[in-house]
Design a protein around this ligand. Sequence first.
Ligand code: IPM
Ligand code: MG
Length: 373
Amino acid sequence: MSDKIFSISTIPGDGIGPNIIESATKIVDKAALIVGGFQCHWDYIKAGATYYEETGLDVEIGGEEKAEKSDAIFLGAIGLPKIRKEDGTEIAPHLRFREKFGLYAGVRPVKAYPNSPQRLKDPNSKNINFVILRECTEGLFYTASVHNRNPIANDNEVHDIMKITRETSKKLHNFAFKLAQKRKLKGSIGKVTCVDKANVFKSQALFRKVFNEVKTGFKDIKADTSYVDAMALNLIRNPWEYDVLVMENIFGDILSDMGGGLVGGMGMASCAEIGDKHGLFQPAHGSAPDIMGQNKANPLATILSATMMLEYISEKSNNKFPDEAAQLIENAIEDGFEKNLLRPNEFGGDMGTTDVTNQILSLLESQQKKIRS
Ligand code: IPM
Ligand code: MG
C-alpha cells in the first residue's frame, strides 16, 4: 500500500449502482482535496448481472486479481431480479469475494440522524446508534449458490449447511470487542451482544462458546448474549440500548435490513466487509431496479460506506488524512440533517441523487471554511 495514493477497485455494478458510486467518489475526491495528504485512484472493474447477461461472466477477466492487489474494493450494487441462473438464484459474485478475500467481519452501522425519519414513536429512537457485525464467510451462506456446495440439491430436495468454525468465530468476536473499544472512545456504552440460536443448533452453541471465551480478554467491555428471535423483538422495543451486536451470516443479513428500516430505510444502510488482508465497502442495499435511471436513489449508504473505507485505509497505511476526510464527510452529513438540508426522496423529501450529492459537496465547503477560520 502506498502511503498517499490509494488504488481502489471500483465496481459500480447494476441498477442504481453506477449513480451512487459516482456520487460517493465525487464526495471522497472533494474531501481528499480539502484535507490534503492523500488521493484515491478509482480503478473501475466491470461486474454484475448486466455484464453477465452480455458476456456470460459475472466479473471481467482479471477483475478479481486486480481487486486482490488493490488497497480496497468499493462496490455499488450487484444483481437484477430478471437475470438469474438456471437454479433460480441471482448473480452475486460479491459472495465469492467475501470468501476468496476472507472478509469475515461485516460491519453494518445503524444510526439515527437528526430529522431523518424515526420509524418508532418512542422519543428514545433518536438515540439509536448500534452496529450489526455480521459474519460474512460461513454460516448459512457457506453453501450459497455461488459456492455450489449443497450436499443435496435436486428438484425435490435441497440441503443448505450452516457452517461455524472456531477460527472464524474467534476472529469475529475479537473484532467485535475491539470495535466496541473504539466506539467507547467516541462515547458509546462499550457493550457487545452475541446474537445466536445457541439453544437449538450445535453450530450456534459453538459460536456462543467462543464468544464466552473471547470476552474474558476484554474486561473493559460489557458482554451479553441474546437469542436471535428475542433480538428481533428487542430491536423494535429498545434498540437504543445496544452497541455492537455480533452474529452469524444469515441472522446479520436479516437484522441489518431491519436496522436500516429503524433509521429511515436501506438508503442509510452502510457496510464494510473486512478481513485480515482485504476490505470491501458497499451499501447493504440492492440495485433497486425499480428506481434505476430516475435520479431517485439515496446515495448516503454508499457515501457512509466510503467513510468506513477511508478509516480502514488510514489504519492500514498509517496516514491520518483519509480518516480526517471521513470525519469531515460524516460531520457534513450530520450537519446537513440537523439543518434539514438533506431531504432524500427515499424519505419523502424533494432531493434526488444529484441534489443530495451537491448538497453534501457544498456542506463540505462550509466545513472547509470552519477548519480555516
Ligand atoms: C447483503 C445482500 C447480499 C447478501 C445479497 C445481494 C447477495 O442482501 O449484502 O445484505 O445476501 O449478503
Ligand atoms: Mg441483505
